[in-house]
Design a protein. Structure first.
Length: 318
């Protein structure tokens, strides 16, 4: 594979895997804690398998220690995000949960602006504003419920959005360090899941049966884990500034699944919020790769600096 297909194909797989996993979740009979335990078990197979398949790079090499430390910090937030995400899917409508959590990319843009000194153009500001406004609108539409428990999925969804937004910004900073490596990153991901998702899942077990729905549960967590791997394959082969925001389109398969298979009731206003968020995800793509700016012929052209010759490098070092 070459060109756009080399990253568009794994990106499409990521969207399908994440989206279908969210839909199948609602058909499973396994408990919340059981999913957390299964998730860690499958992560053990996929993440360590990817590491062994890449000739086992040493995660303790001195040149990548800073990368590992920063990645581990991000993985703690990532683990908390998955805990909130599983809780949201367990208690709320899959289509809305997927849409809210996918908006974490907008928060990452804001955090990158503040802490990583990245710059926003007007169209990205519009995209972030639409996401924030959609979240407030959805929160107000659910706020009239008489029982706090009925809104738990909404709070958990926003918790997921917050933690994923933070961890993604941290990961962006980690990948700017020396020794950054995807397969080493997978090991930090496994460690993060081991100190967050696994103990939390064990604490939630209440003697449920593991035989009923185990096959579907394994399929669901496998889809999530494969989605992680295909996402990093897409980022490796394509522009991260496009791949990362577009990976947030995973609510699309879930929405179709929820409407056709689950028959979930979603109000007209909530469908409107879903549409606005999906449009906003397109708007927050960085300016040089922004599809809207490209369509309008206003995307800035990034000119790469010429590589230094050996003589110039020696002059700079003296």
């Amino acid at each position: 594979m070459s060109g756009v297909v080399s990253w568009a194909l794994p990106l499409t797989c990521t969207i399908l895997f994440y989206g279908l996993a969210g839909g199948f979740w609602k058909l499973s009979s396994l408990g919340y804690g059981q999913f957390c335990v299964l998730f860690f078990a499958i992560k053990t197979l996929t993440n360590w398998g990817a590491w062994f398949g890449n000739r086992c790079p040493n995660p303790l090499d001195s040149h990548r220690r800073r990368f590992v430390r920063i990645s581990l910090l991000g993985q703690l937030f990532n683990g908390m995000a998955w805990i909130c995400y599983f809780k949201a899917l367990s208690t709320g409508p899959a289509a809305l949960v997927q849409t809210i959590t996918a908006a974490y990319t907008a928060l990452t843009v804001v955090l990158a602006l503040i802490f990583l000194k990245e710059r926003l153009v007007a169209i990205q500001v519009i995209g972030v504003s639409l996401v924030i406004g959609s979240g407030i609108t959805l929160g107000m539409s659910e706020g009239g419920s008489s029982q706090a428990e009925s809104n738990l999925w909404l709070y958990a969804s926003f918790g997921t959005l917050l933690c994923w937004g933070i961890c993604t910004a941290i990961f962006k900073h980690a990948y700017n360090q020396d020794g950054a490596d995807d397969t080493v990153f997978f090991l930090t991901n496994w460690v993060g899941m081991g100190v967050t998702v696994l103990p939390f899942g064990i604490s939630q077990l209440n003697g449920e049966s593991w035989t009923d729905g185990l096959a579907l549960g394994l399929l669901i967590v496998l889809l999530y884990c494969l989605g992680d791997l295909t996402l990093f394959a897409a980022i490796n082969r394509g522009p991260a500034s496009i791949v990362s925001p577009l990976s947030g389109l995973y609510p699309l398969p879930t929405i179709v699944f929820s409407a056709v298979v689950l028959k979930e009731h979603i109000s007209g206003m909530q469908w409107g919020v879903v549409a606005v968020v999906l449009i906003a995800l397109m708007l927050i793509v960085p300016a040089p790769d922004n599809p809207i700016l490209k369509l309008l012929g206003r995307a800035p052209v990034v000119v790469a600096e010429p590589a230094l010759t050996e003589e110039e490098k020696e002059d700079n070092n003296t």
